[in-house]
Structure formats: C-alpha cells, structure tokens
Design a protein around this ligand. Structure first.
Ligand code: ATP
Ligand code: MG
Length: 261
C-alpha cells in the first residue's frame, strides 16, 4: 500500500509546491514509485515539472467531477519513477461542487479516486492550494499524514493555530489516521536573524515534529537557494537542474527522513 502525504499550509508562498515537487522527485530518485497530485488551480506543481497548459487535455478537475478516472489523466515526467496528475485553472470550478451541502461524502471524493491507483505507488504526494477550503479538506481527508512548510520569515507562525485546528477536526471526524508528519522550515537564511528566530520558535514548540538527518542531530531546514527558485522555470525539480546545490541536498535529506518513517 502507498503512503499518502499532503503538503499543506493555508498561507501563500511558504514553499508548499517547491516541497511537493522536490520531495516527490527525491523519493523517486531513491527508487520509490511516486505520483504527485496537483490539486491547486494555480497548477504550479504541473508547470514545475515541465508541463504547459496546452500539453495535456484532462486534469484532476475531470477526475474530481467524475468524468475521467485518475489513471486516465496521469502523465509521465522526465524524472524516472515520478508521475504527475496535473491541474488546471478550471479546477476552481470544483469548489462550487464541493460546497454543495447536498453532495454526500464531499470530503472523501479525492480519497475514493486515490484508492483506485494506490497499489501502483509507494508514495502519493499532494500539493494543496493556499486555503483551508474544500480542496485542502479533501487532501487531508485522503492522507496518512501532512507536512507543513513554514517559511522562515516574519508572520511565519501566523495562521498555524487555525491549520492545526483543522487537522485535528479532520482527524476527529473524517480521517482518524491523519498525522502531522512534521513541520519543515523553508527559505532559511543563515545570515538572517529572523530566520534563526523562527527556527528557534519552531524548535521550542514542536521539537519532536521537525525532521532530522539522524536521531539527535540537527534538524532539516530548506535553505533559501537560488537554484531551488530557478528550477521550475526549466520545468525540472532542483535535483535534476542543480544536483549538487544546497537545495538539492536538503530535499534529499528530507526524502531519506521520510523513508525512515
Ligand atoms: P502558494 O501558496 O501560492 O501555492 P507555495 O506555498 O506553494 O505558494 P512555492 O510556490 O513553493 O510556495 O514558493 C513560493 C516562492 O518562493 C516561489 O517563487 C519559489 O520558487 C520560492 N521558493 C520556495 N522555496 C525556496 C527556496 N528554498 N529558496 C529560494 N526560493 C524558494
Ligand atoms: Mg503552491
């Protein structure tokens, strides 16, 4: 059976897509069979893996409304072992469908679709949009765990209580197995005191929920790294674009930590 991991934070621009793409690619590089589900209408994960809008006919929207099977929209990527279920701006339409209170089990639509393909993959990574709306609720309801990227900047922890409440509500009501896999500090700058402060706060509040290279050793942080920022414009994960960059090393460390469980 596969492990389903959502990358979620309703704050915008904290590194969700970057983490989803690069964690997925790093797990695939280790020989795991991985699929990345892009369920954000912005489609940044799809673009980051080299697909432009006109390159594919069907996307996750068609799956969620039931007109295509998930297996029918899956695309290969340039990364061996890594597949992609693409998104498209048309996915905004699903919000209306999912808000319809008459629709039964509307939180569980994505979960049902994932079940159909789960035996083909070791990891299913979900990139969710910057909102706590029905799309993210579907992602959390379908997941074994969630990784929460935290940008090491001012306001980093703002909104976190609301996200944690949502996770615990979903755990209580819809998906008892949902766990917080961990908090991932992103865009960390050594030179920046604010970065250090955010990391210190995270360590203080959530020490057991940070990822570690080795038990007891320093925690994994994703550095602010220009190669990480550039790679989507080349349609590649950073490990393919700049294999030896600091960003690549950090995402590889994260993949290893995830594989250790
Ligand atoms: P949204 O909420 O809009 O979906 P997001 O949380 O998915 O955003 P990203 O798109 O991953 O965030 O990142 C936001 C911006 O920060 C992007 O331009 C991305 O290239 C850049 N970025 C992310 N991580 C890093 C990093 N480690 N180093 C440098 N730039 C980064
Ligand atoms: Mg994103």
């Amino acid at each position: 059976m596969s492990e389903v991991i959502s990358i979620a934070n309703q704050k915008g621009g904290v590194g969700k897509t970057t983490t989803a793409v690069n964690l997925a690619a790093s797990l695939a590089e280790r020989g795991k069979r991985v699929i990345l589900l892009d369920i954000d209408p912005q489609s940044n994960a799809t673009t980051s893996l080299g697909y432009a809008r006109g390159d594919y006919e069907y996307n996750i929207y068609h799956v969620l409304i039931g007109s295509k099977k998930l297996s029918e929209v899956i695309l290969d990527t340039e990364v061996e072992n890594l597949s992609l279920a693409p998104s498209n701006i048309g996915l905004v339409g699903i919000e209306k469908e999912f808000y319809n209170p008459k629709k039964r089990n509307r939180e569980l639509v994505l979960k049902e679709k994932i079940e159909e393909i789960s035996d083909r993959y070791d990891y299913i990574i979900i990139d969710s949009p910057p909102a706590l709306g029905p799309i993210t609720i579907n992602a959390l309801s379908a997941s074994d765990s969630v990784i929460i990227p935290i940008q090491c900047e001012f306001f980093a922890l703002e909104g976190l209580a609301q996200l944690l409440n949502t996770v615990s509500l979903i755990k209580k009501t819809i998906n008892p197995k949902l766990k917080i896999k961990g908090f991932l500090p992103t865009m960390y700058s050594k030179q920046n005191n604010l970065s250090k402060q955010v990391l210190a706060d995270l360590t203080h509040h959530f020490k057991d929920k940070l990822f570690h290279k080795k038990k007891g050793k320093e925690c994994i942080v994703i550095p602010r790294n220009v190669k990480v920022a550039e790679s989507p414009s080349f349609g590649k994960p950073v490990i393919a674009y700049a294999a030896k960059s600091k960003g690549s090393h950090a995402y590889r460390d994260l993949a290893v930590a995830i594989m250790k469980g």
